[in-house]
Design a protein around this ligand. Structure first.
Ligand code: ZN
Length: 284
């Protein structure tokens, strides 16, 4: 049944993500392996991996999700950047496998001046290279994006095309509520929500969606901007989240908030989501 959690810091040591999750009452967590805005990577010792696995087994927090670096751009025409991105993803996936991570979420890529078709071709080539060199248990999730600065993954159709080059059993989609609303899916009306669900079902199949990034938005519908807001305080509003949480399919997925980190707002946002569940579904 639905599990609600948050993105947490992995600073100091990776295993602390479980303590940080537990402290705020998260049932599922997401974190970065390294600083998401730096190319520097930390060497992880066997001890650190062992500590992580021990806590993963004892904390009843799942699924455990890793979010890829924001610097990666699998769409880039800059060969160096694309190679660095591919190398980064491969290294991440190998570490994810050692850490027994359930899902690895990545932003598909940014066109940055390229035609969308060319950017999509570049991402497909990058993904083919990644999956020719790795074979890990962690499921690879492409995230829905808002379409800001030429982002690819702003439509279900684009995601379908990218998914076509990833082995079926290794791939999935992470739906970000803020991003899809900004991209032009009006998920805060019954009609808009149903249309979105229908589109996902028709193009990629609902079962491909494994995770929800649950964020309200600071910018209006169809703004093509990516500005997360606290649950119920943005342009989506609590109604939109009710549609997801009480849906026969989406209401069974894990929900991770990536809302602004202010005071105890993570607990407040998670509580708002729990309250939005109508209890027609059996809670664990
Ligand atoms: Zn993301």
């Amino acid at each position: 049944m639905v599990r609600i959690g948050a993105h947490v810091s992995s600073s100091k040591a990776l295993d602390l993500v479980f303590d940080r999750g537990k402290e705020i009452g998260a049932e599922t967590i997401q974190f970065f392996l390294n600083s998401p805005r730096s190319w520097k990577t930390k060497i992880r010792t066997d001890k650190e991996i062992e500590n992580f696995l021990n806590k993963k087994n004892s904390h009843n927090i799942y699924p455990v999700v890793v979010h890829a670096s924001y610097l990666y751009n699998l769409a880039s025409d800059d060969i160096d950047l694309r190679k660095k991105s591919i190398k980064g993803v491969i290294e991440d996936l190998i570490l994810c496998d050692e850490l027994d991570i359930d899902y690895y979420v990545i932003h598909p890529g940014k066109a940055k001046g390229l035609k969308d078709e060319k950017a999509i071709e570049n991402i497909k080539k990058s993904l083919e290279e990644i999956f020719s060199k790795t074979n890990v248990k962690t499921i690879f999730l492409l995230e829905t994006l808002a379409g800001q600065k030429g982002e690819i993954g702003k439509t279900t159709k684009e995601l379908k095309e990218l998914l076509s080059v990833i082995p079926e059993e290794k791939s999935g989609v992470c739906v970000d509520t803020c991003h899809i609303f900004s991209a032009g899916y009006k998920i805060n009306t019954e009609e808009g929500f149903n249309n979105y669900k229908q589109e996902v079902e028709t193009l990629i199949g609902l079962k491909k969606v494994k995770l929800i990034h649950c964020n309200d938005t600071k910018t209006p519908y169809n703004s093509k901007k990516d500005r997360h807001q606290h649950i119920g305080e943005g342009y989506i509003g609590i109604k939109g989240f009710e549609f997801f949480l009480n849906d026969s399919f989406f209401g069974k997925l894990p929900y991770i908030i990536e809302t602004p980190k202010i005071g105890n707002y993570d607990q407040i946002n998670m509580e708002r989501l729990r309250k939005a569940i109508k209890y027609t579904l059996v809670r664990p």
